[in-house]
Design a protein around this ligand. Structure first.
Ligand code: 6CS
Length: 318
C-alpha cells in the first residue's frame, strides 16, 4: 500500500521531518509493505487547499494547523487564545497529549468534517516580528498583521488595536517585504527558516501561545482500515509525541542562534518581562470569556473550553 502524507512545511522543518520520521517507522514495522510518502508545503496548493484534499480523501494523512480550518471547526480556534495554555511548553505538551477535551471532544467536532486528529503537538512558543518593536499592547495600534484563517485571531489582535490579513505563509515574506503586512506570529524556528526576520527589524519573545499542529487522517479512510493497520498508525503517532517535542525544541533553539548570528540582517530581540506580559494578559484574558460565550465567533462549544481549562489548571496547579 501507499499512503500520502501532506505537510504545511518544507524539508528540514518540523512538520515535514515529522512525516519523514513517521514514514521511516511505518516502513520498518511493515518491512516495506506500506510506503508512506511525505509531501512538502506547496506540492498540493495552499494550507487551506491541503485541508480540503485531506477532507476529500485525495490524501490519507496530513499535518494540519487548526488555524486554517477556523471557519469550519470553530472549536479548533481555542489554540489561538493568548495566554490560555501553560507558559511552559512541556506543560502545554502534556495537556495536548492527555486532554480529553481535545483528544475526544474536539476530535469529534473535526470528525463531522471527515478529519480525524490523532494527536496534537506543539511546534514551539509563538513570537511576534515587526518593524516597530512590540513591547506593550498599544504598539500594535495601526499595524496590519498576518494571521491564519481563524476569526478569533482577528478579534484577539483587534483587542490590541491591530488589523489582520489572512494569507498563506508562502506569500508572507513578500508581503512583509513590500509592507502590505506589518507583522506576523510564528515559532522561532520558522521565523528563521522562512527568513521572515530578514524583512523585519524586531522579534518579540512574547510566549503568547504555542503553535499547535495536529496529526490528522481522513476519517472515512481511517475507519475503513483493517484493525491491525489502525493500531499501527495509532501506536506510531503515540510514540512520536516525544520525538516531535525534542525535534521542535532543538529546531527552535538553533533558529534563535541562527537569527542572532546573521549580522547581515540584524534583528533586535525583545524578551518581554513578566510585567510586560501582564499588560498583554490584561487585554487578552477578557477575550477568552467572549470566545467561550460565542460572542466573537459562532458555533463554539463552551463545554470544551470549560473542560480544557480545568485540565490546564490540573497540570499547572493554578
Ligand atoms: O505561519 C504559517 O502559516 C505556517 N507556520 C508554521 C510554523 N507551519 C506551517 C504554517 O502554515
Amino acid at each position: 500500500a501507499q499512503w500520502m502524507f501532506i505537510t504545511e512545511e518544507l524539508k528540514g522543518e518540523v512538520q515535514y521531518e515529522y512525516a519523514a520520521e513517521f514514514a521511516k517507522r511505518i516502513d520498518e514495522k511493515t518491512n516495506g509493505a506500506i510506503e508512506v510518502v511525505p509531501y512538502e508545503y506547496g506540492a498540493l496548493g495552499s494550507e487551506v487547499d491541503q485541508a480540503q484534499s485531506l477532507q476529500q480523501g485525495a490524501v490519507q494523512l496530513a499535518v494540519m494547523s487548526p488555524g486554517f480550518t477556523g471557519g469550519q471547526v470553530p472549536d479548533g480556534q481555542i489554540f489561538s487564545l493568548h495566554y490560555f495554555f501553560p507558559a511552559d511548553p512541556e506543560q502545554t505538551q502534556e495537556v495536548l497529549t492527555n486532554s480529553e477535551a481535545l483528544n475526544t471532544d474536539l476530535r469529534a467536532k473535526y470528525e463531522e468534517h471527515n478529519i480525524t486528529p490523532l494527536a496534537f503537538w506543539t511546534e514551539g512558543a509563538m513570537a511576534w516580528t515587526s518593524n516597530v518593536g512590540i513591547e506593550e499592547p498599544s504598539d500594535w495600534e495601526g499595524l496590519n498583521t498576518r494571521v491564519q484563517e481563524s476569526p478569533l485571531m482577528r478579534e484577539t489582535y483587534a483587542a490590541y488595536g491591530a488589523t489582520v490579513q489572512s494569507i498563506s505563509w508562502g506569500e508572507l515574506y513578500t508581503a512583509l517585504d513590500r509592507e502590505t503586512v506589518d507583522a506576523q506570529e510564528n515559532p522561532i524556528f520558522f521565523i528563521n527558516s522562512a527568513s521572515f526576520y530578514e524583512v523585519q527589524d524586531t522579534l518579540t519573545i512574547s510566549n503568547h501561545n504555542n503553535y499547535v499542529a495536529m496529526t490528522t487522517v481522513n476519517t472515512d479512510w481511517y475507519n475503513g482500515l483493517p484493525e491491525n493497520e489502525k493500531a499501527l498508525i495509532d501506536e506510531t503517532v503515540e510514540e512520536m509525541q516525544e520525538w516531535v517535542f525534542e525535534e521542535q525544541k532543538a529546531q527552535n533553539e538553533a533558529g534563535l542562534e541562527a537569527i542572532k548570528a546573521d549580522t547581515e540582517n540584524p534583528t533586535e530581540i525583545i524578551e518581554l518581562t513578566d510585567e510586560q506580559i501582564e499588560a498583554f494578559k490584561e487585554v487578552a484574558l477578557p477575550v477568552h470569556e467572549k470566545y467561550r460565550n460565542g460572542e466573537l465567533t459562532e458555533g463554539v462549544d463552551p463545554a470544551i473550553y470549560d473542560k480544557l481549562k480545568e485540565e490546564i489548571a490540573e497540570v499547572t496547579g493554578e
